[in-house]
Design a protein around this ligand. Structure first.
Ligand code: ADP
Length: 190
């Protein structure tokens, strides 16, 4: 299996690039943000609880997102591989993911980390907020909190994947096409 962690701060372009990667490599896209937003739209108990946290720009508890990913992996074991988008976001999530994949006889192939400066992220998120309808993209304070959460809890995962020799950093500024070529080049050389 080809299992990719697509990594980077909010607004780095993970969703856009994930869509191109799933087409090219026939992968299954697992975005915890999308799964949570579906729960909110369906007004489930989990959705109701997650909404409050997401509206502040904080992280949903580890056990919630780990449980969601576990059931998705379980249901899709016979695909070419997974692209994890927005997950893992903490060390506990990364360790849980490694364990889950190990039990299934597979592992993470690579972490592709998109690098974009904070000022550019804020600009992109504000502009996305104008037409996405995502409430967490429409308030500068919430955006700042998401970037803070990323810097404090999520960015340290770069060291975790580096230690396991899975970390690859990709310049995330440029045209969608250029960035996509950069990602493909790394994957094709694995
Ligand atoms: P972005 O990367 O633009 O912040 P996401 O759709 O990945 O967008 O995430 C939106 C929100 O969903 C996050 O701010 C957080 O509250 C919640 N969330 C998504 N994935 C996770 C995760 N793996 N762990 C904890 N919270 C998560």
């Amino acid at each position: 299996m080809l299992n990719i962690v697509l990594f980077g701060p909010p607004g780095a372009g993970k969703g856009t690039q994930a869509n191109l990667l799933i087409e090219r490599y026939g992968l299954l896209h697992l975005s915890t943000g999308d799964i949570l937003r579906r729960e909110i739209a369906n007004k489930t108990q989990l959705g109701l609880e997650a909404k409050k946290i997401m509206d502040e720009g904080s992280l949903v508890p580890d056990e919630v997102v780990i449980g969601m990913i576990e059931s998705k992996i379980e249901l899709n074991l016979f695909c070419n591989g997974f692209i994890f988008d927005g997950f893992p976001r903490t060390k506990a999530q990364a360790v849980a993911l490694d364990n889950l994949l190990k039990i299934k006889g597979t592992c993470i192939s690579v972490m592709l980390s998109l690098k974009v400066q904070d000022e550019e992220l804020i600009r992109r998120l504000i502009s996305r907020g104008k037409d996405s309808g995502r409430s967490d993209d429409q308030d500068e304070e919430i955006i700042a909190n998401r970037i803070n959460e990323y810097n404090n809890k999520t960015a340290p995962l770069k060291q975790y994947y580096s230690f396991h020799e899975k970390f690859q950093e990709i310049e995330g500024v440029g045209s969608i096409n250029d960035i996509s070529h950069r990602l493909n080049k790394v994957i094709d050389s694995l």
